[in-house]
Design a binder for this molecule. Structure first.
Ligand code: PBG
Length: 316
């Protein structure tokens, strides 16, 4: 009877797995603040992608961790044809063509200061329009290398429209855009910044991105940002983080007919893992509850570091 009246269900097809990639041939590197999450070399990343596809996970989002020597203030390496993330995209699309591959369009893995764009002359803010110009080039480069979705995660104004226009002009009408549309300036990104090395580059993992990411206090402003991305042509609208922003997910769900994604971010994952490690929370049940809540709030799909384990459990 309980199953007859159950309103929300999770399935492996709900998940997008964020994956970290590194150069070289080394063993998978653990990330201290994200137990169970690894940085993979390209060959191991391909194996992981095969395993995810087999479990029914339809999509992955790839994040590169670059060596510090490839970073500079302009994020130059982001526009290199030989960029690590592009080598990873090519390898994954070749080995598992049906798996949807998404890449972040933002400069933070590439900048020495760890910000998502280039800075203004006084270095007090990210230069919006100069950054958009770079992101547009980056998006076209990623499309040429076979990504299915470019995912601008930078929160610059006007970048969705500019990217859509450039993709179409370069004949990549089929390349879709997932907007990180309501992305809050959140403390929950700390472990991710360890994972991609932007914390080490910046000398802090609590890098202040308040001049371009949303104020966690603001609900209406989040809806404005989402409406702008939708009007500019985003195919999927994302809310991020997820767990502390369920009200925003629900409002976005009610405000648009487009697919809505939510990102259960690194800090949300770390919290659950840490409490489970202490024996204070039950990992399996907390994991499931955290994700069912995000889906119930209105997310059509969830980016989560639990994707693989959840898919394995749900497939049984
Ligand atoms: C950067 C980016 C961030 C995340 C995804 N892309 C962090 C940030 O804005 O500093 C966070 C993901 C996570 O915490 O899991 N463009």
């Amino acid at each position: 009877m309980r199953s007859l009246v159950e309103e929300t269900m999770l399935s492996p097809a709900d998940f997008i797995a964020p994956l970290f990639v590194v150069d070289g041939k080394g063993a998978p590197e653990p990330i201290a603040s994200m137990p169970g999450v690894m940085r993979y070399n390209v060959a191991d990343l391909v194996k992981e992608c095969r395993a995810l596809a087999k479990l029914g996970v339809p999509a992955v989002a790839l994040f590169p961790k670059l060596d510090a020597k490839f970073k500079d203030d302009a994020g130059t390496a982001a526009l290199s044809e030989d960029a690590l993330v592009l080598r990873a995209v090519r390898a994954v699309k070749k080995a598992v063509p049906a798996l949807v591959v998404m890449t972040d369009i933002a400069l933070d893995p590439y900048t020495a200061h760890g910000h998502d764009g280039v800075l203004t002359a006084d270095a007090r803010d990210v230069a919006n329009d100069a950054t958009v110009e770079i992101l547009v080039k980056m998006a076209v480069l990623h499309a040429r290398n076979g990504v299915d979705f470019v995912a601008p995660s930078d929160m610059m104004d006007g970048r969705i429209g500019a990217i859509r226009k450039a993709l179409d002009a370069a004949n990549y009408e089929q390349t879709a855009i997932m907007g990180y549309s309501a992305k809050f300036a959140s403390a929950y990104y700390g472990p991710f910044r360890d994972a991609v090395g932007s914390a080490a580059a910046a000398g802090t993992r609590s890098l202040d991105k308040r001049t371009y990411q949303l104020n966690p206090a603001n609900r209406r402003e989040a809806l404005v940002e989402v409406a702008l991305d939708e009007a500019e042509g985003a195919d999927i609208l994302m809310v991020k983080p997820a767990g502390a922003y369920l009200d925003i997910i629900r409002e976005v769900r009610n405000a648009t007919l487009k697919p809505v994604a939510a990102y259960q971010v690194s800090g949300e994952y770390a919290q659950i893992q840490a409490a489970a490690k202490m024996g204070w929370l039950d990992l399996e049940r907390t994991r499931h509850e955290s994700l069912i809540a995000i889906k119930r709030a209105g997310a059509d799909m969830i980016l989560t570091y639990f994707a693989k384990e959840m898919a394995a459990v749900l497939k049984k």
